[in-house]
Design a protein around this ligand. Structure first.
Ligand SMILES: [Zn+2]
Ligand SMILES: [Zn+2]
Length: 342
């Protein structure tokens, strides 16, 4: 069966090809047709550099690890053809100490689609058809919008940070940076009953955060933020900039938590680490998720979050290059979605 596939061949170069699906489906896999995928910051690093966080792609690969699909061939598993399923992209080994303790994100041999960290690379979801392990698929309630369900993976990542930071009812939280991860951290913290404030360079991004429950927003370089010093129980750093991290150190209260959700790139900017000491800050990192994937799917099923406010645009697979370029432009507020060919 021929199908449409996008793949990154070099930095900023996406080609569209017709590929053939294998005749037979691997024993533990299910065949899916793309319902909706979305572009992650990680995909953007690969798009810009053909590498991410020091990991170089060895050969062309389809990007995309955030998606939901329609079952095309259940291959003997208890799914129905035509059914919408959420896709957990983490293929953990299931047998190591980390997997057995539930920390699948720490599994040293886990595999991940559209990523240079998995060799040989596994093609991601920016293509019309793909096979994926049955154990990674979750059925969802009738009527869930696939354009919302594609948020399951990034929402799970943000909720892992929210959980590790101990955010609960009444927590006073600041999210620095309202890119997609900051917006989804806002969603996760609000769902836990926290009061959430946000910062960003753009008013439009702050408006999107307000649409999903933030009660105050501050435009960096425009609004006075001196009164925010030392008042938050938790600051989630989601801007990826060292300035955002320094702001987090300033805004967190004594003995509060700074949770780094972004991938702050190596920098020449001084980090005010002495504040970590003087305020006894608990600094935590967060990567992927563990049990939060199911938590995220449940939150999406609940229909209580306005994900439409977090969608910046929709592109068919054939226009993956344009979708990535739009995301790279910095003009997009929220997620850029990839849809199957019509
Ligand atoms: Zn992602
Ligand atoms: Zn493992």
């Amino acid at each position: 069966m021929g199908y449409m596939k996008s793949r990154l061949t070099a930095a900023q170069s996406v080609e569209i090809i017709t590929d053939e699906m294998p005749e037979t489906i691997e024993a533990d896999h299910v065949r899916l047709r793309l319902a909706t995928a979305s572009i992650c910051g990680t995909d953007m690093h690969y798009y810009r550099h053909f590498a991410n966080a020091g990991f170089q792609l060895h050969y062309p690969v389809s990007l995309g690890h955030e998606a939901c699909g329609i079952v095309d061939d259940p291959n003997g598993f208890p799914f129905e053809k035509g059914q919408l399923v959420a896709i957990n992209p983490v293929i953990e080994c299931g047998t190591c100490d980390k997997c057995l303790s539930g920390d699948i994100n720490m599994c040293p041999t886990k595999r991940f689609p559209g990523s240079a960290t998995t060799v040989p690379h596994i093609d991601g979801f920016f293509r019309e058809y793909f096979d994926f392990p049955a154990k990674c698929l979750r059925t969802v309630k009738e009527g869930v919008d696939p354009d919302h369900l594609t948020f399951a993976e990034p929402l799970a990542c943000s909720m892992h940070s929210v959980n590790r930071a101990g955010i609960g009812p009444g927590s006073k939280v600041l999210v620095t940076g309202c890119g997609p991860m900051g917006l989804l951290a806002t969603v996760g913290a609000v769902a836990k009953g926290a009061e959430v404030h946000v910062t960003d360079l753009k008013q439009g991004a702050i408006d999107a955060a307000r649409a999903v429950g933030a009660t105050q927003g501050f435009v960096i370089g425009q609004d006075d933020m001196t009164s925010l010093s030392g008042i938050y129980d938790v600051v989630i750093e989601a801007s990826g900039s060292p300035h955002g991290y320094n702001q987090a150190l300033d805004c967190v209260r004594k003995q509060g938590v700074v949770a780094v959700l972004s991938l702050i790139q190596p920098t020449e900017v001084p980090i005010n680490l002495h504040i970590n000491t003087l305020k006894e800050i608990n600094s935590i990192g967060s990567v992927l998720f563990t049990s939060e994937f199911d938590e995220a799917v449940s939150l999406i099923e609940s229909g209580t979050v306005d994900f439409d406010a977090l969608i910046a645009g929709r592109y068919p697979v054939s226009e993956t290059q344009a979708a990535c370029a739009f995301m790279a432009s910095g003009e997009a507020v929220g997620k850029v979605l990839i849809k199957p060919p019509v």
